[in-house]
Design a protein around this ligand. Sequence first.
Ligand code: NAD
Length: 415
Amino acid sequence: MPEINPLAIAQQQLDMAAEKLNLDPGVHAILREPMRTLEVNFPVKMDDGTVKVFKGYRAQHNDAIGPAKGGIRFHQSVNMDEVKALSMWMTFKCGVLGLPYGGGKGGVVVDPRTLSQSELERLSRAYFAAISSIIGPDKDIPAPDVNTNPQIMAWMMDEYSKYSGGVCHPGVVTGKPIIAGGSLGRSEATGRGCVIIIREAAKRLGLSLKGATAAIQGFGNVGGATARLLAKEGVKIVAIMEIDGGIYNPDGINPEDVLEYRKKAGTINGYPGCREIGNEELFALGCDILVPAAMENQITKENAGQIKAKLVAEAANGPTTPEADEILSKNGIMLTPDILTNAGGVTVSYFEWVQNFMNYYWTEEEVNSRLEQKMVEAFERIYQMSQDYQVNMRVAAYMASISRVAEAIKVRGWA
Ligand code: NAD
């Protein structure tokens, strides 16, 4: 169990917005817990012939608006409360973007770095088979998250289709490889969406992206794409932090080069022209934009006071604790919340799902321009709400989203 319980945080964030909205107590109670959770223990044959039993979870927070939607992560610290919190954030993320989904999330307790490729395939298939009774293209549609990727989605889709009387169901997962029904633009959609939100927020701050400086924590799918696309907008990336160390160069780092370097070196450490930095120093850097793109609970009451950035863009899910949120607000630092900032991924997942049902596929330009439109609209709606109610962007995002889900709950007669 992590030190700071993400479910308690998600519930606290909900409670705060519920109070501002004067939310119906019945609706509030429905939204405080996922409507369905499943814990599975499933066997996997390892390469050496032994059998190991792994633990996995799936949580479906709410499906008042549509089927549950949300990623699957493979990580040694996955636990039920984390999965529940992440499923809750997904409901509100889909609400912020106005997507016809509720929230879901799943995970397996495993460090995938300890598995061979064939063990990873057997584990992915076995987990999906174990949760398949509650999954389906119009029930619950998983996608990649931490340590899962398009290949894993392809195995999961294949596994599901096997048990469906030979019917191919590409719409059962999103984030698939293009050849297996994936959408163009999906792989970098979360990062692209983050950059759109950063651009819109910077406009409100009067900050020009050309020459602005940024520090990125977590250089994976989301952090890597965000850094690369920010650099294209003229932002100078001065620091990148990874799990095993960070690099800093006040004159700027080329993220494309770092990605190439890591392919060969297996780490970003030792990248030429940079000096090493740690997480605390990264947060305290006097740069304009800070992008936490790694894991939950990174910005806490211990380090929030040191943050000097003008804008914190939450690319990761749940990187800021509520106490830290307050400190940032007090210090006049603008924060764009996770459920808005990183919603580009689920938005293009939605486009992928729509394309799967239509069996007609869009060009990358079409995907990107629809993403741009949805993200800008969502930003404007949430920013306006924060101004109208004099609340920070997180509370505004929750308020907008909860109102939408509450309306569906009411109209369906649940409360
Ligand atoms: P990823 O596994 O590709 O990347 C995460 C990176 O963070 C890894 O490179 C890891 O080494 C690094 N990391 C982990 N702990 C760290 C630490 N303490 N300090 C510095 N670096 C650390 O995962 P991802 O898909 O990029 O997801 C990152 C975050 O974004 C997660 O919170 C995830 O839930 C969220 N997210 C992902 C997507 C998506 O489309 N992949 C969509 C929305 C939100």
